[in-house]
Design a protein around this ligand. Structure first.
Ligand code: AMP
Ligand code: GLY
Length: 436
């Protein structure tokens, strides 16, 4: 199978490796890719959001399957262009991609499909924003309605900061902002591979969204992740498939815009039951770097089955027993304006553990080229071992003034699942899903 992979982040490097290691794969061509994907296959200099250019490249390279990494090409309709050209693609069309592209749309789909989520109010004026903040009260959760690369959300007890963020979102043309009920409890990312009607889950993972240790500092795209989650209640994954993923698929099919691709269910296990925090329409970054490390079955076979509507008869994904941890190394300034263009040393010493993200080759020298520069992945019999492996690898890498969290996947034994979300319950009972 000849595969074209769109994107250039750490997620794409992890996807490229997992796709390429399967014997059924002939080649993985990445567009535009990064120095990591260039080691796995070939990189094409191509705008992944230009549908006509992607279709032309797929034809020229005799591609059997296109895998879309990031959300931007999906929202731009690149998967639609490929489908129109009869090229199998793993990724939803623009309409279904609005699940991520518009938080208001996601709320509308969840309401129609009875999927439990945080109460929310969409505001389009300063007056509505102020009223919503007062009626929800602290902690305030204020979200930009549109795409913001994980950085459009503020969670704060400070009303003035919440209002300022909301007003900034409203200041752009057609700006809208959501004020939401605060969800307490641990978060889980569950990746569901979908073919329009059927959904199959990969291993649950947990992401560390805040920039600093102890979950402090601003939200980022994600500073680290681990998988699996030993603390989850039994039956969790099946429940999420039954109560979240499949109802969402059914609702999108009913609307005539079936979802083919990766439905990322971002969930919170709250004291009032399990709730959807967000949907994304692509693999999560850096969760993918951890989850795919454990996959033992064929990724190209699974994604091709989804792209061609044959998931029901495809072999289920299988995973090895251990755990994987990914730790992100970020450039100085991230998640604000990152300082880039500086040499990164030591990658060759631990190349197998490194997933490139914001890196670029300047002649022979690897230099930083983005906020999240790379991730290191550790694998072990359990999370603790995997964590040690990841941090050991990270010690070999040198980038001036770079920062990373030191507590990725630490203290996982202290995570408490509230009873209403299935914590401290009998084996046969299920997480709570009641909508209050
Ligand atoms: P989102 O862009 O919706 O993914 O939100 C980014 C992050 O903000 C989430 O992963 C949570 O950590 C946090 N967050 C979002 N919504 C809520 C909420 N309603 N309550 C608490 N935290 C939230
Ligand atoms: N790690 C969070 C995301 O990919 O959105």
């Amino acid at each position: 199978m000849r595969i074209l992979l769109l994107g250039s982040g750490g997620r794409e490097h992890a996807l490229a490796r997992a796709l390429a290691r399967d014997p059924m794969t002939d080649c993985v061509v990445s567009a535009p890719g990064n120095p990591g994907t260039a080691e796995v296959g070939r990189n094409l200099d191509l705008d992944p959001c230009d549908g006509a250019a992607v279709v032309a490249a797929a034809r020229e390279h005799d591609i059997d399957l296109v895998v879309v990494g990031p959300e931007a090409p999906l929202v731009a309709g690149v998967a639609d262009a490929l489908r129109t050209a009869d090229i199998p693609v793993f990724g939803p069309g623009a309409e279904a991609a609005r699940l991520e592209g518009s938080k208001a749309f996601a709320k509308e789909v969840m309401a129609a499909a009875d999927i439990p989520t945080a109460l929310a109010q969409v505001c389009t004026s300063a007056r509505e924003l102020a009223d919503a903040l007062d009626s929800f009260g602290p902690p305030y959760v204020v979200k930009n309605d549109g795409l913001a690369a994980g950085k459009g959300v503020i969670v704060t007890d400070n009303r003035a900061a919440a209002e300022a963020h909301g007003l900034a979102c409203l200041a752009v043309e057609d700006g809208a902002v959501l004020v939401e009920e605060y969800l307490d409890g641990p978060e889980v990312s569950l990746f569901c591979v979908c073919d329009g009607s059927e959904a199959v889950a990969l291993l649950p993972a947990q992401d560390f969204k805040r920039a600093l240790d102890h979950n402090e500092g601003p939200n980022t795209g994600g500073m680290g992740a681990y998988s699996p989650l030993a603390w989850l209640p039994d039956g969790f994954t099946e429940d999420v498939l039954a109560r979240v993923a499949r109802p969402a698929l059914a609702e999108l099919s009913r609307r005539g815009t079936p979802f083919v691709g990766l439905l990322y269910c971002g969930l919170a296990l709250t004291s009032r039951g399990v709730r959807v925090v967000e949907f994304n329409v692509r693999f999560g970054d850096p969760e993918t770097q951890a989850v795919l490390e454990l996959l033992t079955s064929s990724l190209p076979e699974l994604l091709y089955a989804a792209a061609t509507g044959r998931l029901a008869t495809a072999p289920r994904p299988r995973f090895e027993d251990g755990a994987a941890v990914a730790v992100v190394l970020a450039a100085p300034g991230y998640p604000g304006t990152a300082r880039t263009g500086e040499p990164i040393d030591g990658v060759a010493e631990v190349a197998d553990a490194v997933r490139h993200a914001g890196t670029r080759l300047q002649g022979e020298t690897l230099v930083s080229a983005g906020g999240r520069v790379l991730a290191v992945v550790g694998r072990g019999a359990d999370v603790e071992q995997a964590r040690v492996e990841a941090y050991d690898a990270l010690r070999h890498i040198r980038l001036a003034d770079a920062h990373y969290r030191r507590d990725i996947a630490a203290h996982t034994d202290q995570i408490e699942v509230p009873e209403a979300s299935g914590g401290s319950r009998g084996r046969d009972e299920h997480p709570g899903w009641s909508v209050t």
